[in-house]
Design a protein around this ligand. Structure first.
Ligand code: FDM
Ligand code: MG
Length: 211
């Protein structure tokens, strides 16, 4: 244990169904943490800015078709192409707040009928989240939110299947927050969990790998 590990940032992931409020909660959580003097970067997957991300984005907006397994591997490759930047950022003491990660990768592809274990394999070796904040929302409530249904996976029956695969991946790093509550109540729950995991990463908690 050198000095670097003692000061590393935390890898915090927000997960949940489409329209569960992840993006706005991420933004609010980042500014809260910055207000406490933490260094924080907000990331999201898919990262649509890279060449791989553009293929994914075109697929999601239904402008192109791709084989289910091929697109699964593209989502994973989109994380691998960010792996070294993720690790060096954390080592600088910067906390990463990431909107979706490997858990989305597995849950959405498994919900299409791909084998759950096969889906996990290309994620193996990526940095594991120190904390997964799962925003638990009723798919019907999510569907009633603005602009739902524009992208490929935004259908209630599909999202219900996604939720069952998310449940299958829960481990000790997960905290489930009831996202049917008000925006402020959800934020309150996220803040507590985030502050505490940032502290344990500063005190030397090791960065683990999936899975
Ligand atoms: N999604 C996201 C996947 O299917 N696999 C993945 O690895 C990731 C990160 O892409 F429906 C799905 C989840 C969602 C869609 O995500 C776009 P955003 O958060 O709405 O951009
Ligand atoms: Mg979406």
């Amino acid at each position: 244990g050198g000095g670097d590990a003692e000061k590393r940032g935390a890898l915090i992931v927000l997960e949940g169904l489409d329209r569960s409020g992840k993006s706005s909660q991420c933004r609010a959580l980042a500014s809260f943490l910055r207000g406490r003097g933490e260094s924080v970067e907000e990331w999201r997957f898919p990262d649509r800015t890279t060449a791989i991300g553009q293929m994914i984005s075109s697929y999601l907006s239904q402008a192109s078709e791709l084989d289910d397994s091929a697109v699964h591997l593209l989502f994973a490759a989109n994380r691998w192409e960010k792996r070294s930047l993720m690790e060096s950022t954390l080592r600088k003491g910067i906390t990463l707040l990431i909107d979706r990660y490997s858990y989305s990768g597995v849950a959405f592809s498994a919900a299409k009928g791909l084998d759950f274990q096969w889906c996990r394999t290309p994620e193996t070796g990526l940095p594991a989240a120190d904390l997964v904040l799962y925003l638990d929302i009723d798919p019907e409530v999510a569907a009633s939110r603005g602009e739902y249904g524009l992208e490929r996976y935004e259908k209630v029956d599909f999202q219900r299947r996604v939720a069952t695969y998310y449940q299958a991946m829960r481990d000790s790093t997960w905290q489930t927050v009831d996202a049917n509550q008000s925006v402020d109540e959800v934020q309150e729950a996220l803040r507590e969990a985030a502050v505490s995991v940032i502290q344990s990463c500063k005190s030397g908690a090791e960065l683990l790998r999936l899975w």
